[in-house]
Design a protein around this ligand. Sequence first.
Ligand code: GDP
Ligand code: MG
Length: 282
Amino acid sequence: MTLLATVSYPLSSLYHKPLDKEDDTIKEICEADVISLEERARLERDKTLKVTLLIPTLNEFVGVKEIMPKIKKEWVDQIIIVDGGSTDGTMEYVKENGYFVFVQKEKGIRNAYMEALEYVTGDIIITFSPDGNCIPEAIPLLVEKMKEGYDMVFASRYAKGAKSYDDDILTAFGNWFGTGLVNCLYGVKYTDAMGIFRAYKRSLIQELDLDKDSSYSTPERILHTKISWEPLLSIRAAKKKLKVADIPVDEPRRIGGTRKLQRFNWSTAYLFQILREVFIWR
Ligand SMILES: Nc1nc2c(ncn2[C@@H]2O[C@H](COP(=O)(O)OP(=O)(O)O)[C@@H](O)[C@H]2O)c(=O)[nH]1
Ligand SMILES: [Mg+2]
């Protein structure tokens, strides 16, 4: 398992620091103790965080029929399905099987996330596509890792030990190049900066301004498209030096349906964002 960033204060060394007579040192120890206590409280709190599984769907009938029964309800506290206007029976299937589902009003996967937010009760969000690309059994692993106190955990297709069986030459290159560029520009060691299958604290959406249209409007206007927020989430988490980890999870091939990726528009828009973030946003 690759640890991408570590806790800024090694707790054990703070607790066992020997006392010194110097005022400055005592002040330093007191401050350190306050920080470490805060950190400890945060770690305790993180163990009790609630989890929402957020599932965007657009004509994924074959996928939902096969994948949804494999998701155990007890893995998470809430499951929300946001449908983009499926016409292939996806909606009917999930409704009949008792899932909470609603149809988004505005187009695009980012709007699906945004419109779902008012229903999200979890402190942690896991985004998941029920198209065969995401392995359901990785969900409890993401939850467990998040509860160790991380801000975000990737189910990484490219971490050591994992592999994508869904990539073609272009998506493999795009993911490799995008992740490599984020790493070079923002000083992190991500293995999969672009993927949807990940867990993160819900609070990051506001903290990282992912909910602001202005974070996306220029590339979206130029390229006449709507992009998602995963790449920007990776970049801004790096800029803020958040605590991030990844777990290796294979990406099996898609089952049924079609890929919604708009190759040229999205890769160009994401490249634009990766480069522009060097100059904008704190
Ligand atoms: N609600 C909603 N879901 C979408 C939209 N676009 C894609 N999806 C879903 O998002 C998930 C990921 O999309 P997919 O095409 O598989 O992306 P890829 O695997 O990264 O190529 C799938 O479950 C799609 O059905 C959209 O505009 N709205
Ligand atoms: Mg997919």
